[in-house]
Design a protein around this ligand. Structure first.
Ligand code: ZN
Length: 304
């Protein structure tokens, strides 16, 4: 407790002194852009890992980053979601699981919990779909691999649960709400984001590009857009051509150009492996891009 009280003092001396304008502005109201749903685990620090400031993230935390399906529980989650979307007008939601999640480990011995921690048992039952899905579909997995799979599938199941909320459904229908699945790795501090196209978790930079596509390309219906991109990259020959073109982007002139290059690269790699590019050719491309991508990332994130 001593450490915490000393911390309060240090916070006022260091942070408050240098952020008076921000705090004054926040005293008139909040306008967070993102609802961030994550685990209570002390090793996950939403503002720290996203390098965001006060007022930027609206946060829900609980054991296992679980969202009970609409109507199944009367906890704080439902009300907080409703408030975030309806009152604050938030249009982006992140559900962020994490490696080594105790909640997911608990799922594996759910019945043992019933006696010792009946409330934990009740809570984790909202993730029963996660447990069942993983047990039935990944029967050979064990240890770390099993936990990682539970973490990854649980985030997707909780997104399904989130979509049972009327306010969420309505906003998705209007194209006014996007939901992202993230996994934070405690050991490396990196975040991976779910890519529905490849059903894998990939570096989240690629999603910047998708956002831009959506914002800048409203005239194209989703099906048209898909047709267009499929035909553009329908063969490995085309992809090789695109990759070679991308290699020529040595020093991007703008942040947007850098983000676009990163996004294109991610998608080209995903398509290349789906179309059967050999592992050694992919590896070769990876090493060819290892230098340019560092330049792009520096440019893309220079304004943050
Ligand atoms: Zn956890």
């Amino acid at each position: 407790m001593k450490k915490l009280i000393r911390g309060l003092d240090e916070f006022r001396q260091n942070y408050v002194n240098t952020h008076q304008e921000l705090l004054e502005q926040l005293s008139h109201g909040q306008k967070p852009r993102v609802l961030f749903i994550t685990c209570s685990d002390s090793r996950v620090a939403p503002n720290l890992i996203t390098n965001t400031d006060m007022g930027e993230l609206f946060v829900i935390r609980n054991a296992g980053n679980i969202i009970p399906p609409y109507g199944s529980a009367n906890g704080g989650e439902g009300g907080t979601i409703e408030y975030a979307i309806n009152a604050l007008g938030i249009e982006q939601v992140v559900i962020c699981g994490h490696s080594h999640c105790g909640g997911m480990k608990g799922l594996l011995k759910l019945n043992e919990l019933q006696e010792d921690m009946p409330l934990v048992y009740d809570w984790l039952r909202h993730a029963e779909s996660t447990r069942r899905l993983v047990m039935e579909n990944y029967p050979d997995y064990s240890g770390e691999e099993l936990i990682e799979t539970l973490v990854a599938e649980n985030v997707l199941i909780q997104i399904d649960n989130l979509k049972t909320y009327p306010v969420v459904r309505a906003r998705i229908h209007q194209g006014k709400l996007r939901i992202y699945a993230w996994i934070y790795r405690i050991e490396t501090g990196e975040v991976l984001a779910y890519d529905a196209e490849t059903h894998t978790y990939v570096p989240p930079m690629s999603q910047l590009m998708d956002d831009e596509d959506q914002n800048g390309d409203r005239s194209l219906a989703p099906s048209d857009k898909k047709r267009r991109s499929d035909s553009e990259f329908s063969s490995l020959t085309n992809i090789r051509g695109e990759l070679d073109k991308l290699l020529a982007v040595n020093s991007p002139k703008s942040t947007k150009e850098a983000e676009r290059a990163i996004g294109s690269l991610e998608r080209l790699f995903a398509r290349a492996s789906r179309l059967g590019m050999t592992a050694s050719e992919l590896q070769n491309y990876h090493s060819l891009f290892s230098e340019p991508i560092q330049t792009w990332a520096r440019k893309a994130y220079s304004h943050r």
